[in-house]
Design a protein around this ligand. Structure first.
Ligand code: ATP
Ligand code: ATP
Ligand code: MG
Ligand code: MG
Ligand code: MG
Ligand code: MG
Length: 266
């Protein structure tokens, strides 16, 4: 299509296709949610309303994009696995990242008041998004193990930190100092001996994050009297005609005479 004299600027837009046949992992993360959670009075260390709102936005994304088969969320982040065969937006990277990020963000804002009815948004939240390609299932397993291990490490730290502040009367600076250089067993010991908390009995959502899986719902079977199993139909081949059998007349009649050459006199 002929364009205006300005149309040449379009040529500066470079293609950004993603390698075919690879798994896409899309991750987004809340921008400055340390501040956002403070300003909106999130319960520390884990605000259930905020986690459920994240899950809701993630489900909206999975509903609009059937290529997403798995999602994992913790804190202010969510990761999404897209099948290898995904062809959305012709695998154009900027289109995928920007559309998924903005859909998640608008869904988060759209549903905010259902989860925080008494706390209007003070300013518009935003999320960053990134996309990484992985060649095989091994990296995919390790990717999600990496995120879930991160959930555990952060949650153990945050749980102990906020116990020291909220129940132990320490300042945030003191609590950070108390935890400096401690191992997991030390934090478990602080929680148990000083606050009578058994870390392993905390809500699994806090310790393990939330996982959403797309389940294929099988087609419901046909009513009994209509049911003709395909496999049976396919297993009954047409009998081949015996080699020397006469071709039935009706079939022969269906074979038209070839048209005469154009210049032939009839
Ligand atoms: P960045 O913009 O670099 O991501 P950030 O302030 O968002 O900065 P993160 O490392 O993403 O930093 O951490 C998110 C922070 O948001 C957590 O440390 C926590 O303070 C807060 N937060 C997120 N979700 C919740 C929640 N459900 N309950 C309580 N606090 C939360
Ligand atoms: P894509 O997802 O590829 O961008 P699209 O449907 O958004 O598809 P665009 O080329 O971006 O297609 O065109 C946006 C369309 O939205 C316009 O063609 C018009 O129909 C409609 N539209 C956008 N803004 C307005 C507006 N202010 N008033 C009326 N129609 C509008
Ligand atoms: Mg970050
Ligand atoms: Mg963040
Ligand atoms: Mg984060
Ligand atoms: Mg458009």
């Amino acid at each position: 299509m002929a364009g205006s004299k300005y149309a040449y600027v379009r040529n500066f837009e470079l293609p950004d296709p993603l390698l075919p046949g690879t798994f896409m992992v899309f991750r987004l993360d809340g921008h400055s949610f340390h501040r956002f959670s403070d300003e909106h009075g999130f319960t520390k260390p884990n605000d259930v309303r905020a986690l459920e709102l994240m899950d809701h936005a993630a489900k909206d994304l999975m509903e609009q994009h059937p290529d997403i088969v798995l999602a994992f969320g913790e804190s202010d982040e969510f990761s999404f696995l897209l099948r290898k065969s995904a062809t959305l937006y012709n695998r154009r990277q900027a289109k995928i990242i920007s559309t998924l990020t903005s859909l998640f963000t608008s869904s988060y804002v759209f549903h905010w008041s259902s989860y925080f009815p008494d706390c209007p948004l003070k300013y518009p939240p935003s999320f960053d998004g990134r996309l990484v390609l992985y060649p095989s299932e091994r990296e995919i397993r390790d990717y999600f193990a990496w995120r879930q291990t991160d959930t555990h490490i952060n949650n153990l730290y945050n749980t102990t930190f906020w116990a020291l502040v909220q129940q132990g009367g320490q300042s945030t600076t003191e609590a950070h100092a108390t935890l400096k250089g401690t191992f997991a067993k030390d934090k478990n010991e602080i929680l148990f001996s000083r606050f009578k908390m058994n870390y392993n009995t905390l809500d699994a959502r806090f310790r393990k994050g939330s996982t959403l899986v797309r389940e294929e719902i099988p087609e419901p079977p046909l009513p009994a009297d209509e049911e003709i199993p395909t496999s049976v139909r396919e297993e009954i081949p047409e009998p081949p005609p015996p080699a020397d059998e006469e071709i039935p007349t009706s079939v022969r009649e269906e074979i038209p005479e070839p048209p005469p050459p154009a210049d032939e006199k009839i």
